[in-house]
Design a protein around this ligand. Structure first.
Ligand code: 5GP
Length: 203
């Protein structure tokens, strides 16, 4: 049966934990999950493409989008704005597609206010030492920025209590399997289906 509404899946976790890699692998395996492209005021990293990795915006344009209610959520993260454009997410969910947002914790908390029925998953590194190694290994941030990201990471881990699931990203394939299992189980939750099946029974 075609679902009335898709799931809104929110994947958070400290910078460098591998959210992008895990989401990328998930998208390759599960082609029905739609991926929301965020907007940001940070500069593109080498290889990042506008409209694919992010919509890169000026501060003025981003603030206009906030003012005009075009953002489902937004947050300031290490001196830049990041936000989820609302239209794409709402359209996909209303068409019955599952949508995944890869966002930091402040934004996730805002989404929880407007979409309490969302599925909130926190991706954890095996250790903070490993997290620093991954950020350093990525080579896209320098000294001070790495320290800022590590400080934010600790604050984010403190807010894990707001999530429904914790997935360790020890190995990408394992993390992807765990997330797929969560999505499958959530799609079978009685509360999400009962309305549709009751209608079917009445027909
Ligand atoms: P990065 O600069 O490494 O691409 O992203 C920095 C942080 O911002 C990451 O934790 C990432 O998940 C988060 N982020 C990316 N897009 C969004 C968004 O649309 N909203 C919020 N709140 N955070 C985002």
């Amino acid at each position: 049966m075609k679902r009335e509404k898709g799931l809104l899946i929110v994947l958070s976790g400290p910078s460098g934990v591998g959210k992008g890699t895990v989401c990328g692998a998930l998208r390759e395996q599960d082609t029905d999950i739609k991926y929301s492209v965020s907007a940001t005021t940070r500069s593109p990293r080498e290889g990042e493409v506008d409209g694919v990795n992010y919509f890169f915006k000026s501060k003025e344009e981003f603030e206009r989008m906030i003012r005009e209610g075009e953002m489902l959520e937004h947050a300031k993260y290490v001196n830049n704005y990041y936000g989820t454009p609302r239209t794409y997410v709402e359209e996909m969910i209303n068409k019955g597609h599952d949508v995944i947002l890869e966002i930091e914790v402040q934004g996730a908390l805002q989404v929880k206010e407007s979409f309490p029925e969302g599925v909130f998953i926190f991706l954890m590194p095996p250790s903070l030492h490993e997290l620093r190694n991954r950020i350093e290994g990525r080579g896209t941030e320098t000294g001070d920025l790495i320290d800022s990201r590590m400080t934010v990471a600790k604050e984010e881990i403190d807010l894990m209590d707001n999530y429904d699931y914790v997935v360790e990203n020890d190995k990408v394939e394992l993390a992807v399997e765990r997330i797929k299992s969560i999505v499958t189980a959530e799609n079978c939750k009685k509360d999400r289906l009962i309305h549709q099946y009751k209608q079917l029974a009445e027909e």
